[in-house]
Design a protein around this ligand. Structure first.
Ligand SMILES: Cc1cc2nc3c(=O)[nH]c(=O)nc-3n(C[C@H](O)[C@H](O)[C@H](O)COP(=O)(O)O)c2cc1C
Length: 206
């Protein structure tokens, strides 16, 4: 297994998959990485639905909130989807509202990224999908009223000759400040870590 940072650099959103199925052993490790994710007050108010039936995958691919169904049609090529769901815990949810946080959604998003990076490490491609109708997805997955689908994690192996678009990222100096917003003083001292992995240029800059 590689380093987390290697997986972060290697990961890309893939939207065209071949027919190869995800091996059960790999699926288990991917799900285990979600189980080990941090959560607000260790509430773990999540649930992950593994979807492999083609008709359910098609249903989710078509469950757009409005507009043409073709927008997420690429999802149909995937052999597997993990629907990442939340069941908000009422007291924690109310506490979260005091500080303007939807803790249950934040928790699920972190667990999803755990799965994404673990999948990358295992050579499995993925794409996070948020553009779907929660109401339609909920109906398709037969979720109880108290739960919601937060994100869909599309998993598979990219089609041969799949062309990735160039990675576009803002520069570090445009998204990082020191001590207060917009302040760049201190960047020099802190910007040159000794760790050789951090001295490598990210793919986007190569
Ligand atoms: C919360 C979230 C929702 C996303 N929703 C969609 C989506 O509905 N459809 C899609 O094709 N990609 C979706 N993406 C993937 C982003 O478009 C993608 O991460 C971004 O363009 C950067 O490309 P990269 O992942 O290859 O680095 C989503 C990503 C995140 C984090």
């Amino acid at each position: 297994m590689g380093s987390v940072f290697e997986s972060i650099k290697r990961r890309r959103s893939v939207r065209e998959f071949g027919p190869r199925a995800i091996e059960n052993g790999k699926l288990h490790i991917i799900l285990e990485s979600a189980r080990l994710a941090p959560s607000s007050s260790n509430s773990q108010t999540w649930h992950f639905i593994v979807v492999r039936r083609p008709e359910t995958i098609t249903g989710l691919a078509e469950a757009v909130p409005f507009g043409p169904r073709s927008v997420n049609r690429w999802i149909e090529s995937a052999p597997l989807i993990i629907a990442a769901c939340a069941k908000p815990e009422p007291i924690l949810h109310r506490m979260g509202q005091i500080v303007d946080k939807d803790y249950h959604r934040i928790d699920v998003a972190i667990a999803v990224e755990h799965m994404v990076l673990t999948a990358t490490d295992l050579g499995v491609d993925s794409c996070i999908v948020g553009w779907f109708s929660r109401r339609k997805a909920k109906r398709i997955l037969k979720l109880p009223a108290s739960m919601e689908v937060v994100l869909l994690l599309i998993l598979g192996y990219r089609r041969e000759q799949y062309q990735l678009p160039a990675r576009q990222r803002r520069k570090l100096k445009d998204i990082v400040s020191f001590e207060s917003y917009g302040t760049q003083e201190g960047a020099e001292e802190e910007g040159h870590p000794k760790d050789e992995r951090l001295q490598q240029k990210p793919d986007a800059d190569r």
